[in-house]
Each structure stands twice: as structure tokens, then as C-alpha cells.
Design a protein around this ligand. Structure first.
Ligand code: ZN
Length: 72
């Protein structure tokens, strides 16, 4: 079965809240944690909650998009 990324809800929350969610899902859900040293941000992808929780700022993500557009 394929999992579509659109089914995932993306939450922009504080690093503390991301870490709380990681602890809460531990042992219950399949999850992956990513850390960006550049942004100093944690991102949790939880397949159980179908949520991406990140301490990245919504603007950081948007900035990346516009950079891609500039190169085109
Ligand atoms: Zn979960």
C-alpha cells in the first residue's frame, strides 16, 4: 500500500512540542526523526498520527520554495 504525502498533516510547532510528541508516539507509532543543523530544527514524521511535526518556521519552508522558483 502506498502512503501519499498529502494525507499527512504538517504542524509548525516549537521544538519542545516536537520532542513531547516524539516521546508520546514512542513505542506506539512508527516514526522518523530528522534534525537540521543548519536550521537547528527537529522534524518528526509519524506514520501512526499521519503527521509531520516540525520546529522549522513556516517561512523557512516557504523561502525554500521561492529559491527554487528563482533558479528556474
Ligand atoms: Zn504518532
Amino acid at each position: 500500500m502506498d502512503i501519499r504525502i498529502n494525507n499527512f498533516e504538517c504542524e509548525f510547532i516549537s521544538e519542545g512540542k516536537v520532542k513531547d510528541a516524539i516521546k508520546e508516539c514512542e513505542g506506539k507509532h512508527v516514526q522518523q526523526i530528522a534534525y537540521s543543523s543548519y536550521h537547528e530544527a527537529f522534524t518528526q514524521i509519524c506514520f501512526g498520527c499521519k503527521k509531520i511535526r516540525t520546529s522549522l518556521k513556516e517561512d523557512d519552508v516557504k523561502q525554500k520554495d521561492s529559491e527554487v522558483v528563482k533558479h528556474e
